[in-house]
Design a protein. Structure first.
Length: 289
């Protein structure tokens, strides 16, 4: 997305709507191609104003466990068909029910709409699964929301899940880490700053607010966490700093850094991508052991 299109200013809502149309069409085409190889069934439900795509694997490994998937897309893109396909993909990978949150996005719905939707979805899943049978995961912007959701869940006194998966997470909307400079134009997926989109999403809220940039929050008590990035990922610094911040407060956290990997991996086509899938599956199944 960022490699193909310039980002409008935060105030240019018409420009963002045009860009959303272009990007969502690209995502839909990719989702259609991906869906051809997926086996899980999916249904869409509405609950408390939030939209969830619930995917059921053909042969569930565990019927009592659930994976909550929060899609990527710079906190602006990636809903609809792409979100549905992501739910099916995670259900196939983990062989459990997957609840994918089709959260609201700006410019129509800025912060805190997306995080509110994620909390509604988490409450819905809690009514159907014990917290120690739930894992929450997200890639990129979904990693931001997954980590922010953990802070919100804890702050509201709800039970935390068994585990958290953060794949190249966008946990610092201030973009303060050095990889935003050192990997600029090196990351072939995200070659430059997402700051206009971050500001559009925040809608005037301080970007260092922990619900916007979980890296700066009190992470004590969060569940065991799996983090992944690559040496050419624009979000390398954010991921490494998040790992250290979790470990400093005693949260079990493992960090996987893949050589030469850009943001989001190698399009799912390389041995490294397969290794990452295996590592995530190992971690998730270990949370339910």
């Amino acid at each position: 997305m960022n490699a193909l299109h310039g980002l409008p200013s935060p105030e240019d809502h018409d420009g963002w709507m045009r860009l959303k149309g272009l990007v969502d069409a690209q995502y839909a085409a990719s989702a259609k191609a991906l869906s051809a190889g997926l086996r899980a069934d999916v249904e869409t439900i509405e609950t408390g104003g939030a939209t969830l795509h619930v995917a059921t694997p053909q042969a569930p490994h565990r019927t009592d466990c659930a994976y909550i998937d929060l899609h990527g897309g710079a906190l602006i893109f990636g809903g609809g068909e792409a979100c549905q396909a992501g739910a099916r993909q995670q259900a196939d990978q983990h062989e459990v029910l997957c609840y994918s949150v089709d959260y609201r996005t700006p410019p129509e719905h800025p912060y805190p709409a997306a995080l509110d939707d994620c909390l509604v979805a988490y409450r819905y899943v809690l009514q159907r699964h014990a917290p120690n049978h739930i894992v929450v995961g997200g890639r990129s912007a979904g990693g931001n929301l997954a980590a922010a959701l953990m802070l919100r869940v804890r702050d509201e006194g709800l039970p935390l899940p068994a585990g958290l998966v953060l794949l190249s997470p966008q946990v610092d909307l201030t973009e303060s880490g050095d990889s935003f400079q050192t990997n600029k134009l090196i990351d072939v997926v995200l070659p430059g700053s997402l700051m206009p989109g971050n500001q559009l999403y925040a809608d005037g809220t301080d970007l260092s607010d922990p619900y916007l940039s979980p890296l700066f929050g009190n992470l004590k008590g969060l569940p065991a966490t799996f983090l992944q990035t690559g040496t050419r990922d624009l979000f390398l610094s954010s991921t490494v700093r998040m790992h250290r911040a979790l470990r400093r407060v005693g949260v079990p956290a493992e960090l996987h850094v893949f050589e030469a990997m850009p943001h989001g991996g190698f399009m799912g086509l390389t041995p490294e991508d397969a290794e990452l899938r295996d590592e995530v599956t190992r971690f998730v199944q270990g949370c339910w052991a």
